[in-house]
Design a protein around this ligand. Structure first.
Ligand SMILES: *[C@@H]1O[C@H](CO)[C@@H](O)[C@H](O)[C@H]1NC(C)=O
Ligand SMILES: *[C@@H]1O[C@H](CO)[C@@H](O)[C@H](O)[C@H]1NC(C)=O
Ligand SMILES: *[C@@H]1O[C@H](CO)[C@@H](O)[C@H](O)[C@H]1NC(C)=O
Ligand SMILES: *[C@@H]1O[C@H](CO)[C@@H](O)[C@H](O)[C@H]1NC(C)=O
Ligand SMILES: *[C@@H]1O[C@H](CO)[C@@H](O)[C@H](O)[C@H]1NC(C)=O
Ligand SMILES: *[C@@H]1O[C@H](CO)[C@@H](O)[C@H](O)[C@H]1NC(C)=O
Ligand SMILES: *[C@@H]1O[C@H](CO)[C@@H](O)[C@H](O)[C@H]1NC(C)=O
Length: 814
């Protein structure tokens, strides 16, 4: 790594006494961090805030010289590696040395912005105060859109910051390393220069478990490079309400498919996190029911019958637990009338007793206080803390900015209202969590990881993930691929933007501020326009047409004239980089202005139309789905998606992705799922599992190892796919089953039982083999029995596509 003039090499002047381990015992010693010198932020004086329009480059001028490629030691990850019941003796011994105040401090998580002045410098007064007086156990990156501007740092500077916090944590108060948590949900996208990877929707659309793993691994590595040991991901929420603002973050609507992607991404995040210091603790979220909001708005109540919760919501969390996820985050607001953060049923009976989760649990942001601030389920902060600790197994409060939680709980313990043993239950899990992450051996970051952040290797991987995630949904008359010599007119605000490809949870929770815009991605991403230019080697023919909200910004007559002259037109639709309540919508309808220009081009020209849907949500296409000759669902594909999108348009590869959720036609279908009861309407715009490639792939008849399926006697289902085309095809096969009859509880239309993906060279075939067990047909009744019913079953391969094939078997109860 090259050092610039900005680098000031100063030796560490603090006296530090971190805790480390000798022969399995935790000790306090002198293991100093390897200093990570950084270019200091421009000093404007201690109390003078940075102006609104300062350039991010001035805030952190650390030069950025990532390596091309890197290799990291591999550990054996084949066995279960995750939290256990057993707490180590040294952890128990450490717990015994702590005062009540120090224990409660360990249960407290406050935001990083409390340690950064508005001048962008580290506030050591605040560090001294919180670690000395409160022994704060954890700090979180608060992805606040304005405050984040003061801390949108390179991994190098980030590590310097987290290590500085750690110097205080390990030398003050209880001298226990703090754990640093961050919303790294698609790459370490809150750290400048880290590759912003595609969002959960895109990863699910790949139907490639190795991609889910690699996505998690890169995210973990860059998070660790910045000195954070804990990532608040992945999401195991399922996409049940299409209007909900956060569906793009999760892995779609199917419990099995979602669970597989959760499982492999957890493995990627964590690896052998008890040995491998390039990984982080994952935090699966949001437990439970968050996504099924009654009106599609964020943090609204959910009413989910328990049999439905068990059937569809629980499995993906269980897969995260099977993968050894170290922590879980509870969900905002209320499920079935109970505040989740206060629910004994959800956070003790279901989570701990039924699902046997052993790891540590954190709340969502300031959620304990929401009980009195918002939900009126508690009278004040102390009452709220009491309820949560008395009723649930919550271990850590993501407090945010206040001290009420710590002060309140200390008081509750002193008054005997909360027993010290309840506190110990949580602190034990927190200390074991820290120990498992190696924090008592080495609380400081590994400076060697910094140079891997933003490496070409990760950019290439990101582009590969994007290629496998773009869903081709329509291609009449083989309008696509485009040809190099065609005059193609591109229209849409997000054609020339990296920010709109990255979406939310990049830079901040809601993307860059309007002041920063795309400048924060300069050097760390491309655009659809630059991708097209890289590929065609000529300037793109682009007119903006409408802004990101669909409002007209260009002369529409001019667009129609340009479209008439063009060989093809590509319209790109998008959405602002928002999430949570700020991204609430009240209809899936498109802005009429945006709709109208497509209609005009369709009616007033004969130029073929392609739609690129670069969106968080399935906006209703109405007649546009017939006006368009071809449609591609792009999702939110990240900073390096421009080139892969261009490659798809120009036929450099054949698409292989499938829809991870049902794309409704109209608002009234917002709650549509493909596994609706068999007699119920299922007439969406695009089905779950829809998507095809440029090659004509045909399927053989389905064969089964036996026509009879019985408990304990799995069968094998086989089908052969043939690529009749001229290009390589990465082919996704999805196996669904349908029980033709089921008494009392109507069978679902279909359920996904497995999927796989194989590479087919032109003219070749490959056989997919899936195991199918009778046990998979067990379902939850209204009385919460988990039962199996026999009868005829249809097996369908690729139900969402024209080349679907079927067979019939008989299922027996015993
Ligand atoms: C952070 O960087 C400053 C300036 O280079 C340096 O003095 C300090 O030692 C560094 N701290 C850590 C913990 O790396
Ligand atoms: C630093 O933190 C202290 C204690 O929280 C606070 O009083 C002070 O205003 C902060 N300084 C700046 C520059 O933000
Ligand atoms: C919760 O409060 C009740 C009533 O005071 C008490 O009996 C129970 O032990 C408490 N539970 C916990 C886990 O503290
Ligand atoms: C895209 O935006 C950049 C920065 O605003 C501008 O310099 C560039 O000319 C635009 N590209 C096209 C094709 O208009
Ligand atoms: C695909 O190939 C098969 C086998 O050659 C052929 O029967 C079928 O008509 C083709 N389908 C399309 C849509 O071209
Ligand atoms: C599939 O089965 C049907 C009916 O049994 C038969 O007519 C057809 O030839 C079979 N197709 C292939 C590709 O084996
Ligand atoms: C799945 O993803 C991995 C990792 O990117 C890649 O190596 C592999 O070729 C992909 N497999 C298929 C069948 O697409």
């Amino acid at each position: 790594m090259k050092l610039s003039l900005y680098h000031i090499l100063v030796s560490v002047s603090l006296v530090i006494e971190p805790i480390y381990k000798v022969n399995g015992e935790l000790k306090v010693g002198n293991k100093a961090p390897i200093p990570i010198p950084v270019a200091g932020p421009r000093k404007i004086g201690n109390t003078v805030c940075l102006p609104d329009n300062f350039l991010q480059a001035d805030l952190d001028p650390t030069p950025f010289n990532p390596v091309q490629s890197y290799s990291i030691e591999k550990f054996d990850e084949s066995k279960y590696i995750g939290p256990e019941d057993k707490i180590d003796e040294d952890v128990e011994a450490l717990l015994k040395t702590l005062t009540v105040e120090q224990k409660v401090g360990q249960m407290t998580q406050i935001t990083h912005t409390m340690f950064i002045g508005c001048d962008g410098t580290m506030n050591k007064t605040a560090m001294e105060y919180y670690f000395d007086k409160y022994s704060i156990g954890s700090v979180l990156h608060y992805a606040h859109p304005i405050k984040t501007r003061w801390s949108y740092w390179s991994a190098e500077r980030y590590a310097n910051f987290t290590n500085t916090l750690q110097e205080y944590a390990t030398s003050k108060g209880a001298k226990i390393p703090m754990i640093y948590g961050i919303d790294s949900v698609k790459g370490a996208a809150l750290i400048r220069g880290a590759v912003v990877l595609p969002t959960g929707f895109n990863i699910a659309a790949t139907f490639n478990r190795s991609i889910a793993y690699e996505w998690g691994r890169i995210t973990a590595k860059d998070t660790r490079a910045g000195g954070a040991q804990w990532a608040f991901g992945p999401l195991a929420d399922i996409n049940t309400q299409k209007q909900w603002a956060r569906n793009f973050e999760n892995f779609g609507e199917d419990p099995f498919h979602n669970g597989e992607m959760v499982h492999y991404s957890v493995k990627g995040y964590q690896g052998d996190y008890k040995k491998d210091r390039t990984r982080v603790a994952g935090c699966v979220k949001h437990f439970i029911g968050y996504s099924s909001t009654h009106n599609g708005k964020d943090q609204e109540p959910r009413y989910i019958p328990m049999n439905e919760l068990m059937e569809y919501h629980v499995p993906s969390f269980q897969r995260a637990f099977d993968a050894g996820v170290a922590s879980v985050m509870e969900a905002y607001a209320a499920t079935n009338g109970e505040d989740v953060v206060a629910s004994n049923m959800l956070l003790r009976k279901l989570l701990r007793e039924k699902m046997k989760f052993k790891g540590m649990m954190v709340t969502d942001y300031d959620e304990i206080n929401s009980q009195y601030l918002k939900h009126k389920t508690a009278k004040d902060a102390v009452d709220a803390a009491y309820i949560t600790l008395n009723q649930t197994s919550v271990d850590m409060s993501m407090v945010g900015e206040g001290k009420d939680f710590a002060d309140g709980v200390i008081d509750l313990v002193k008054k005997g209202k909360i027993s010290e043993s309840r506190i110990d239950e949580s602190v034990r899990r927190i200390l074991q969590f820290k120990k498992d992450l190696g924090m008592f051996e080495q609380p400081f970051s590994d400076p060697k990881l910094i140079e891997t952040v933003g490496s070409k290797q990760d950019i290439d991987a990101s582009r590969e993930f994007v290629r496998e995630s773009l869903v081709l949904l329509k291609n009449e008359n083989n309008i696509l691929p485009l040809k190099q010599d065609e005059n193609v007119l591109f229209i849409g605000a997000n054609v020339n933007s990296t920010s709109y490809l990255c979406g939310a949870w990049s830079f901040s929770a809601i993307g860059p501020t309007k002041i920063d815009g795309d400048t924060v991605y300069q050097g760390y991403g491309d655009t659809i326009a630059s991708g097209v230019e890289m590929l065609t080697k000529k300037p793109i023919n682009w007119i903006q047409g409408y802004d990101i909200y669909g409002n007209r910004v260009s002369d529409y007559d001019e667009i129609v004239r340009l479209a008439r002259k063009a060989d093809k037109v590509v319209f790109s639709f998008g959405e602002d980089t928002l999430t949570e309540v700020l991204a609430d919508i009240e209809t899936l309808n498109l802005n009429p202005e945006q709709y109208n220009i497509v209609e005009r081009v369709a009616k007033e020209t004969s130029t073929p139309i392609t739609l690129l849907l670069v969106q968080n949500r399935p906006y209703s296409l109405g007649k546009l789905s017939t006006y368009a000759d071809s449609i591609i669902n792009v999702g939110i594909p990240g900073a390096y998606a421009g080139l892969p999108i261009a490659e798809l348009l120009y036929g450099k590869f054949s698409p292989s992705a499938r829809m991870p959720f049902t794309y409704p036609k109209k608002d009234y279908q917002a709650a549509v799922k493909y596994y609706t009861p068999i007699w119920n309407e299922y007439k969406p715009e695009f089905a779950y599992g829809a998507g095809f490639g440029y090659n004509n792939v045909t399927y053989s008849n389905v064969t089964v190892s036996s026509n009879e399926l019985r408990p304990g006697k799995p069968i094998t289902v086989s089908v052969t796919a043939t690529n009749n085309g001229k290009m390589e095809q990465k082919e996704t096969a999805i196996m669904y089953t349908t029980q033709n009859i089921r008494h009392i509880h109507a069978p679902e239309r279909m359920r996904v039982r497995n999927f796989d993906k194989k590479i087919l060279a032109p003219g070749t075939s490959a056989t997919f083999e899936f195991k199918l067990t009778a046990e998979e047909f067990k379902f939850w009744t209204a009385e919460l029995n988990h039962i199996l019913e026999g009868g005829p079953v249809t097996i369908t391969i690729n139900a969402g596509n024209k080349n679907a094939v079927k067979t019939q078997i008989e299922l027996y109860k015993d």
